[in-house]
Ligand binder design. Structure first.
Ligand code: HEC
Length: 226
């Protein structure tokens, strides 16, 4: 009985040794080892410039059709010139509503990007202006300028002479938020009620009213300069 057990154990040990010898002898360190998660090494998706039968002529990707717009990008139709600026002042309306939140985000961004030149109050007396690093920085209340939402957005997008474009620093929504704050600054300089106050005088915060009143704010400033 004990003899057979011994024989069995011996046989098992022999098999184990044989198996490990076979496995070790198969290992070739000149070749890559086993891949346990091949997906992590070999991509499942198509590789750029690979040869696949996805599109004609083994192309993996094709040039987008004309007028394709990349995700999150809104085309801006106004041209980067004086006529474009005038047109934007006349026609361009904010797609975002004037809210406390938008105004406060706009204020923060204004302090970061614009106040160095235009000043915290928008009077054109920022630190770079008082140190004469930049000349000709206007006050937002300058009646000859006709500062309106659409125009501010336009100038933020393209820049204007000595002022650079902010399109790479602040996105579309942020530019509108800053523009709202600039309108608030302009109103304060003129001693007029701010964006929110002038909207709420109608005793209604209904969104359509907000929208049309904002348009109204544009018209008021426009007639002001005429
Ligand atoms: C480097 C200084 C500088 C900074 C920073 C700057 N501006 Fe200006 N900005 C100017 C100058 C200079 C002008 C006058 C340009 C001209 O008319 O030739 C101007 C003009 C303007 C105008 C008047 C446009 C018009 O219709 O006549 C607006 C509005 C304006 N800036 C908004 C902004 C906003 C918003 C920011 C921040 C995103 C900003 N600026 C940042 C220098 C600056």
């Amino acid at each position: 009985m004990s003899k057979t057990t011994n024989m069995k154990t011996l046989k098992n040990i022999a098999i184990a040794i044989f198996a490990s010898v076979v496995m070790v002898s198969c290992f070739n360190d000149k070749k890559p080892n086993y891949q346990y998660f091949p997906n992590m090494y070999a991509p499942v998706g198509y590789e750029a410039y690979g040869n696949y039968e996805v599109f004609p002529n083994q192309q993996e990707a094709m040039i987008p059709p004309e007028n394709t717009v990349s995700r999150g990008y809104t085309p801006y139709d106004y041209e980067n010139n004086t006529a474009g600026l005038e047109l934007a002042k006349e026609q361009l309306k904010s797609p975002y509503k004037v809210t406390e939140e938008n105004l406060s985000v706009g204020e923060n961004l204004y302090t970061i990007y614009c106040a160095v030149c235009h000043g915290d109050k928008g009077d054109g007396k920022g630190i770079l202006a008082t140190r004469e690093k930049f000349l000709g920085i206007p006050s937002y209340a300058d009646p000859g300028r006709n500062i309106v939402l659409g125009g501010i957005y336009h100038v933020e997008t393209y820049g204007l002479n000595a002022m650079g474009s902010y399109a790479s620093q602040v996105n579309e929504k942020e530019r509108w938020q800053i523009a709202m704050h600039v309108m608030d600054l302009k109103a304060a300089l003129n001693g007029e009620p701010g964006m929110l106050e002038s909207l709420n005088t109608g005793a209604s915060t209904d969104s359509t009213v907000v929208e049309s009143k904002m348009t109204g704010a544009n018209t008021v400033s426009e007639s002001e300069s005429k």
